[in-house]
Design a binder for this molecule. Structure first.
Ligand code: B16
Ligand code: MG
Length: 223
């Protein structure tokens, strides 16, 4: 195939916000006496804010302890901490290889969108100084079903007025690869955890391997 657009995930593909999500959830968990480890944090990657809280509550056997309003308040507390932490982000936090890849895409006339579960995506792109490189940034608050559902990738292709088959998704999370495939697009995976069924069409071990000429060659050879 000859891609007309790349749809990029944010956390784990453009920048590494997982460390800040982990710190913010850890502080909240300490306040409320919940257990939460770095290994638990792996389960939150690519998952929405509310679903992340529900996973933490399940890990602590507290899935029935809080009502909806209380859960909402807990996610607000977590996000307030997270927003304080990401204020320090700068263009130096863009992952290796990403800036050159984005610039090469723009020069080649290939369109770019951000397909992230994060409601903080616009602010993070602004802090990184790359917001202007994207034709569209999906509003995570308005996506009906989160990854592994295809919604965010389909919303991006619709916003760009392109058929899904002309778009390629780039993801670091297994749920993201499932979402890309469910949207009918080829998936480029960055360090995606191995899975017997859901495998990226092109697997990279680091964003430093993102090269537009290499990806175009590999995509052309996909059936
Ligand atoms: P927020 P991605 C995801 O970003 C993160 O991987 C996930 O850990 C986080 O819970 C989610 O964004 C929501 O983020 O609280 O900022 O709305 O990987 O989809 O770019
Ligand atoms: Mg991600």
């Amino acid at each position: 195939m000859q891609p007309k657009a790349f749809l990029l995930d944010l956390d784990g593909v453009i920048t590494d916000t997982a460390q800040y999500h982990y710190l913010a959830w850890s502080e909240l968990c300490q306040t409320y006496g919940f257990r939460f480890s770095e290994a638990d944090n792996e389960r939150l990657k690519g998952v929405s804010r509310m679903r992340s809280l529900e996973i933490i509550l399940e890990l602590n056997g507290k899935q029935n302890t809080y009502n909806d309003a209380e859960k909402q308040q807990l996610t607000v507390e977590k996000n307030d901490r997270y927003v304080q932490m990401i204020r320090q982000m700068t263009p130096a936090d863009i992952l290796p290889g990403v800036s050159a890849f984005l610039k090469d895409c723009r020069q080649a006339g290939i369109r770019l969108a951000v397909a992230s579960a994060s409601r903080n995506a616009p602010e993070i792109l602004r802090l990184l100084g790359i917001a202007h490189l994207f034709d569209y940034v999906a509003d995570a608050a308005k996506i009906p079903n989160s990854k592994p559902a295809p919604d965010v990738f389909l919303v991006c292709s619709q916003a760009l007025d392109l058929p899904p088959a002309c778009c390629v998704g780039i993801e670091d999370a297994l749920a993201g690869v499932q979402a890309i495939h469910a949207a009918g697009m080829p998936a480029v995976g960055i360090r995606v955890a191995p899975h017997p069924v859901h495998k990226p069409d092109i697997a990279l071990t680091s964003t430093a391997e993102l090269s537009l000429p290499d990806l175009l060659k590999q995509l052309q050879s996909l059936s």
